[in-house]
Design a protein around this ligand. Structure first.
Ligand code: PRP
Length: 210
């Protein structure tokens, strides 16, 4: 039995359909219900929907053998897990963005609003730029509009949220996609099962090794 943590939401649904297409389906998952844990003995899988930012915690602690998490969350939280496969879905980028047509002066401490303080610190340290982090939990785009920050570091997918709020990307800093991750000990104990899944992914999806 493989225990699999999936990110609740649109990405999780897309990822589940990949697992389903590879023979790891669990019909009950598509039902109209609010259940969070689904088992299918026949296909040897148990799925659970976790908050996207928590998937790696379940995997790191071995409650889930494998899971799927965005590269943004893996870089931000550095969980102690194996990153096995780039599923080539959930593609977006992490960008520094701010008000359209304006650039903050580069001789002052830059106020940066973000959900990703670790990624942000690392990036600006490399640029030798002094910053002050303003940690937010969502709707990051309003920070520069209201004068809370000079710029933001955030996920850009279609660019619509930036455009519709008179913001623009100043610099793309990381390409992001969903990754299959595995608990380190369980990867050894369930190596046959996990490798079987991986070889199906290599053969039948547009993904690639990490
Ligand atoms: C994410 C991200 C941006 C938006 C980008 O927000 O933080 O706000 O999506 O997508 P777009 O480029 O296609 O417009 P999310 O929906 O996760 O909500 P949040 O405000 O809680 O971060």
């Amino acid at each position: 039995m493989l225990n699999i943590a999936l990110p609740k939401g649109r990405l999780g649904e897309k990822v589940y359909s990949i697992f389903d297409s590879l023979g790891y389906g669990c019909p009950e998952i598509n039902g109209d219900n609010r259940k969070l844990i689904f088992r299918n003995e026949e296909n040897g899988v148990c799925y659970f929907w976790a908050k996207p930012s928590d998937v790696a915690i379940y995997v790191e602690r071995g409650v889930a053998d494998i899971g799927v998490a965005g590269k943004d969350l893996l870089l931000e939280y550095s969980p102690d897990v194996y990153e096995l496969f780039d599923l080539n879905v959930g593609k977006c980028r992490m960008s520094v963005a701010g008000i359209k047509g304006s650039r903050p002066a580069d001789d002052t401490t830059l106020r940066v609003a973000t959900k990703f303080p670790n990624i942000t610190k690392k990036y600006f340290r490399k640029q030798n730029r002094e910053i002050e982090i303003i940690k937010l939990n969502g709707s990051i785009e309003i920070a520069p509009l209201l004068g809370l920050s000079d710029v933001i570091v955030d996920i850009v997918e279609t660019g619509t949220t930036l455009r519709e709020n008179n913001l623009e990307p100043y610099k793309d800093i990381i390409d992001i996609s969903a990754r299959l991750i595995a608990n380190k000990a369980n990867y050894k104990f369930k190596n046959g099962e996990i490798e079987r899944l991986l070889s199906k992914m290599r053969e039948s999806t547009a993904g690639k090794e990490c």
